[in-house]
Design a protein around this ligand. Structure first.
Ligand code: 5AD
Ligand code: SF4
Length: 452
């Protein structure tokens, strides 16, 4: 009998490019895991890929526009390899939907951050309809996403992200998030505890809880009571293998008493908090609809420092918000001087379509924005350097996450989120060990061999 030749299906190649925040990093990991289960192997360059996923960010104009230039580059590749599939995921997909296909016809799939669990079906549809028009799925059901995603598989890195909350109800007047990621949604405590346990079993020692407004997390606990983030953190700290916990990003309005208290009570909760203030002027904070004053923020920081004296603070700032005067900007500089930040992100205001501030007639000229940004960044950089220099001579516990550029070097993170380069000695990736800090650079520290 003649044997029919069997065609061994080669693994398909997947390249995911991630823009924006850690929530996109988490989503990219989940997409890669899910696609691995249906035969896609990760590669490091679009040139080698059968499927390219761009997981996009819509927060500022520059971030959103990058996607279109990237699709332009991919279109050239696709003209040589017509089987290549291009998917645009993330917040640009959610915000622009079928407009993405109109502006970039080379795109095959537009998939929102709440719909990517259906990517395998969408890929099958694209294969069946080769040359047809693109597919758009931006349905919004966060609970369905988390329920339908397959469980994690394979080893986890020493530090793992875990999304516990999505969306935002705050409606700051500059921000697209309430439109791109929808209303606040908190995952149930039991699901979060189960996923954290799974990550710890797969080797994670640090878990970073993620949410656009993570400290607004609330949900029914396994005991049937209403839990806050503080209660959840206490439960997660009990999980075997979980040695470090962090949460990001928070809103000052949701820094509740119990959450401030937990910083002093749970040693696994790392002494570093990203708490964006955006501006130090009450007038601007009001126009931004932040719903707090500069003095409220200062008071929260004071209370955090009472609970955990070594806590390091980070923030986001926007300069040149519509109507911001020189005096308002000085208010921001004063607040920064008063707090003393370990780290910060600062941006020029970028008008986003559909947000209230974009229609404000009092837009600040670009040159003024640039000049203020430079002054603010000078101050923030000098504070970051001072914070780093202050660590020299201390012994800090470092969680090693990856190999360094030089042979025999490991890179890890201090409790305060600084990257630390150390001589590996007997230490391995995944070890949590004390390192003496020998030198400080602007963005990282270096240390001796870890004490194992
Ligand atoms: N322009 C500039 N920066 C912005 N951010 C959010 N929206 C805008 C905008 N329209 C910044 C805020 C936020 C961070 C994630 O991005 O500082 O905290
Ligand atoms: Fe945007 Fe404000 Fe919500 Fe943060 S709190 S995601 S800045 S609307």
């Amino acid at each position: 009998m003649l044997e029919r030749p069997t065609r061994q299906a080669l693994p398909k190649k997947l390249f995911v490019k991630t823009y924006g925040c850690q929530m996109n990093v988490y989503d990219s990991e989940r997409m890669s895991e899910m696609l691995a289960a249906v035969g896609y192997e990760a590669v490091h360059a679009a040139e080698d890929a059968d499927l390219v996923v761009l997981n996009t960010c819509h927060i500022r104009e520059k971030a959103a526009e990058k996607v279109y230039s990237e699709v332009g580059r991919l279109r050239a590749l696709k003209s040589r390899r017509p089987d290549m599939v291009i998917a645009v995921a993330g917040c640009v997909a959610q915000a622009e939907g079928s407009e993405v296909l109109r502006r970039a016809p080379a795109v095959d799939i537009v998939v929102g951050p709440q719909a990517y669990q259906r990517l395998p079906e969408m890929l099958a549809r694209v294969e069946r309809a080769r040359g047809g028009s693109g597919i758009v799925d931006v349905e919004f059901r966060p609970e369905a996403k988390f329920d339908e995603l397959p469980a994690h598989e394979g080893p986890a890195g020493p530090s793992a992200f875990l999304t516990i909350q999505e969306g935002c109800d705050k409606f700051c007047t500059f921000c697209v998030v309430p439109y791109t990621r929808g209303a606040e949604y908190s995952r149930p405590a039991a699901a979060v505890i189960a996923e954290a346990g799974e990550l710890a079993r797969r080797g994670a020692r640090e878990i970073v809880l993620l949410g656009q407004n993570v400290n607004a997390w609330c949900g029914e606990g396994p005991d049937g009571r209403d839990w806050t983030l503080a209660r959840l953190i206490r439960a997660l700290a009990e999980i075997e293998g979980v040695e470090r916990l962090r949460y990001t990003t928070s809103h000052p309005r949701d820094m509740s008493d119990d959450l401030i208290e937990v910083h002093g009570a749970v040693p696994a909760l790392m002494p570093f908090l990203h708490l964006p203030v955006q501006s130090g002027s009450d007038r601007v904070l009001d126009r931004m609809n932040r719903k707090h004053r500069a003095s409220d923020y200062l008071r929260i920081v004071e209370r955090l420092r009472t609970a955990r004296p070594d806590i390091a603070l980070a923030s986001d700032f926007i300069v040149g918000f519509p109507g911001e005067s020189e005096r308002d900007f000085e208010g921001t500089m004063t607040l920064v001087r008063e707090i003393g930040y370990a780290q910060a992100y600062s941006f020029k205001y970028s008008a986003r379509p559909g947000t209230p501030a974009a229609a404000d007639p009092l837009q600040v000229p670009e040159a003024v924005k640039s000049e203020r940004l430079a002054r603010l960044q000078d101050l923030l950089n000098s504070q970051q350097q001072a914070f780093n220099r202050n660590c020299v001579g201390k012994r800090l516990p470092i969680l090693f996450e990856r190999n360094g550029k030089r042979h025999g070097q490991l890179v890890g993170r201090s409790p305060y989120m600084q990257a630390v380069h150390a001589e590996a000695g007997a230490a391995r990736i995944g070890d949590l060990a004390e390192v003496e800090i020998l030198a400080a650079g602007p963005n990282s520290l270096s240390g001796g061999s870890p004490a194992i």
